[in-house]
Design a protein around this ligand. Structure first.
Ligand code: ATP
Ligand code: MG
Length: 463
C-alpha cells in the first residue's frame, strides 16, 4: 500500500482500490506559515471514549461497487472506486474557539431541513465546542441581503419537529462576488450548504472561488432532494417521509374512487426528473392501478394506451387509481411559446400541471366514448403537503448522521465535499461529483418490473 496522508491506493489480490480525492485545507494552504492542527476535543468529551479504531484514518475507505463477479468473466477489473470514510479525525484543522460557521438552506422545501440545521448547531457546539454559529437567512441571497442569525442549541432545540426551514430559503440570487465577499467580511471559515442540485452547483462555484483566492474556508454540501434524484449516495433525506405522505394521498384517492360509480382517483406526486416517490409509494400502497413516471413514456389513445387500460379496469373493478409524477408526460401537454420559455428564478424550466391536464383528458375521453355514463374523477395534488411536513423518525436519524459526518469532515479540514451514505456507510464525496450525478429510476430493474406486475399496467411500448 502506498499511503501518503490522503493518497492511499491499495491492491488486494487482483483488485486495485483507489479513493476519490477530497480537497483538504492543509493541502490547499500549504503556503500558510506555522500551520498547526489541534487534537480532537472528543478526547476530552465525557460521553466518548476514544480508543483504537475510534478515529477514522485517512486511508479508511468505502467501496462504491460492492458486487464482484467471481466467475472471472471480467479478468482484469478496473480500479475500484472508493471514497474516504466519514467520521472524526484524531487531529483537527480548525480551532473550535476561533472558527466561525455559516449554515444556509437553498431551493425548495424538504422534510428534515430543520433537523439538519439543528444537528449542525448542536453537533458543532457539543462535540467540538464551537460557539460562533450563524444561520444565513433566505438562501444564497441572504449572504449579502440580511444580517446572519446567531444560533445556539437552546434556540434550535425543537426545530426538528417543524417542517420547512426556520432559516428560510429562496431561489435565484446567486451572486458569487457578493457571497464570497460576505464570507470574508463575516470571517466565516466553515460554510454548510443544504440544498438540491442547483445549490450544490452553487457550492462548487463558491468552492472554486475560495480556492482561487486561497481563502482559509471549508465548504460542505448536504444534498437535499425530496425526489431522491441525486446519484452516488444511497438516498437523500426527506425521501422516506415523502413516500409515507404520498401513501396517505393514494389512500384518500382510493377511498374516493371506490365510493363512486366509475371512480378514478388521480394523484400527482413530486418527481421532476425521476419517479422514485411515485414508484415507492405505488409498491408500498398496493392500491395503485397505474404509475406514470418521467423515465417511462406513456400515451393515452389506442391499443396499449392509458385509456384502453382504464376502460378494462373500470369494467373489472368499478374504480381505478392513477399516480403520476410531476415530470411525467411534460412533452405531451400543449403549451404556448411563452410557457415553453418560462423558467423559475434559478433558471429551471417551469413544469405544467400534468395532473390537471390528465384530469381534463380523462374527462374528454369518457364523455366522448361513454355518452350519458357516470364517471367521477378526483384529482389530489398533495405536493406541498408532502414536502412541508417534519421528517419522520427514520429521516430524523438520517439527518443527524449526515450533519455529524459533515461536521467531522469540515473540522478535519476537508472542503468541497458532500457527506452521504454509500452502501450504508458514510463517506466524503467531492461536491462537483454529486452535483452532476443523476439517479434515474431504472425501468430495466426488479423494482420497476414489480410495479408493472402489481399494477398490471401497460408497458407503453406497443403503440
Ligand atoms: P430543488 O430543485 O431541490 O428545489 P435546488 O438547490 O436545485 O433545489 P434551485 O432553485 O435550482 O434549487 O437552486 C438553489 C440556489 O442555487 C439558487 O439560489 C440558485 O440561484 C443557485 N444555483 C442554481 N444553479 C446554480 C449554478 N449552476 N451555479 C450557481 N448557483 C446556482
Ligand atoms: Mg433542483
Amino acid at each position: 500500500m502506498a499511503a501518503g496522508d490522503d493518497e492511499c491506493t491499495a491492491s488486494v489480490g487482483e483488485i486495485t482500490i483507489s479513493p476519490v480525492k477530497v480537497q483538504r485545507l492543509p493541502h490547499l494552504i500549504h503556503y500558510l506559515p506555522n500551520l498547526k492542527t489541534f487534537p480532537n476535543p472528543l478526547d476530552r468529551n465525557q460521553f466518548y471514549h476514544p480508543s483504537d479504531g475510534f478515529y477514522i484514518s485517512p486511508c479508511d475507505v468505502i467501496l462504491r461497487q460492492i458486487t464482484y463477479d467471481l466467475s472471472g468473466t471480467f479478468p482484469s477489473p478496473p480500479p475500484h472506486l472508493a471514497y474516504h470514510r466519514a467520521g472524526p479525525r484524531k487531529q483537527i484543522f480548525f480551532d473550535p474557539s476561533m472558527t466561525r460557521v455559516a449554515i444556509v438552506t437553498c431551493g425548495g422545501l424538504c422534510p428534515g431541513l430543520n433537523t439538519v440545521i439543528r444537528e449542525l448547531v448542536v453537533g458543532l457546539w457539543e462535540l467540538y465546542g464551537v460557539r460562533q454559529i450563524y444561520g444565513i437567512i433566505a438562501g444564497y441571497r441572504g449572504f449579502y441581503s440580511f444580517e446572519p442569525m446567531a444560533l445556539n442549541p437552546k434556540l434550535v432545540e425543537d426545530w426538528h419537529k417543524r417542517g420547512g426551514t426556520v432559516l428560510e430559503t429562496s431561489r435565484g440570487g446567486f451572486d458569487l462576488e457578493k457571497i464570497v465577499n460576505s464570507i470574508k467580511d463575516h470571517e466565516f471559515d466553515q460554510v454548510y450548504v443544504i440544498g438540491g442540485d442547483g445549490s450544490m452547483r452553487g457550492a462548487v462555484t463558491i468552492f472554486d472561488e475560495i480556492c482561487r483566492q486561497k481563502l482559509n474556508v471549508s465548504i460542505a454540501g448536504i444534498p437535499k432532494t425530496v425526489d431522491n434524484d441525486i446519484g452516488i449516495i444511497d438516498r437523500s433525506f426527506g425521501f422516506q417521509t415523502a413516500v409515507e405522505m404520498a401513501q396517505q394521498a393514494i389512500s384518500a384517492a382510493h377511498v374516493e374512487a371506490e365510493s363512486a360509480v366509475n371512480g378514478i382517483g388521480l394523484v400527482k406526486l413530486m418527481g421532476r426528473s425521476t419517479g422514485h416517490i411515485a414508484l415507492h409509494a405505488t409498491i408500498s400502497s398496493r392500491d395503485v392501478d397505474c404509475c406514470l413516471i418521467p423515465e417511462n413514456e406513456f400515451y393515452l389513445e389506442g391499443k396499449g394506451g392509458l385509456f384502453e387500460f382504464l376502460e378494462q379496469r373500470l369494467k373489472q373493478n368499478g374504480h381505478a387509481v392513477l399516480v403520476v409524477a410531476e415530470g411525467a408526460g411534460q412533452d405531451m401537454i400543449p403549451r404556448s411559446d411563452a410557457q415553453k420559455k418560462e423558467t423559475d428564478e434559478s433558471g429551471n424550466p417551469v413544469f405544467l400541471d400534468v395532473g390537471q391536464w390528465l384530469k381534463s383528458e380523462l374527462k374528454s375521453w369518457w364523455d366522448r366514448d361513454h355518452p350519458g355514463e357516470l364517471v367521477t374523477i378526483k384529482y389530489i395534488d398533495p405536493m406541498y403537503m408532502v414536502r412541508a411536513v417534519p421528517a419522520n423518525a427514520t429521516d430524523n436519524l438520517y439527518c443527524t448522521l449526515l450533519a455529524h459526518s459533515a461536521i467531522h469532515g469540515i473540522m478535519a479540514g476537508y472542503t468541497g465535499f458532500v457527506s452521504g451514505p454509500i452502501n450504508g456507510n458514510y463517506a466524503y464525496i467531492p461536491i462537483a461529483e454529486v452535483a452532476n450525478a443523476k439517479n434515474p429510476v431504472s425501468t430495466m430493474d426488479h423494482k420497476w418490473a414489480w410495479v408493472r406486475s402489481v399494477t398490471n399496467q401497460p408497458d407503453f411500448t406497443k403503440r
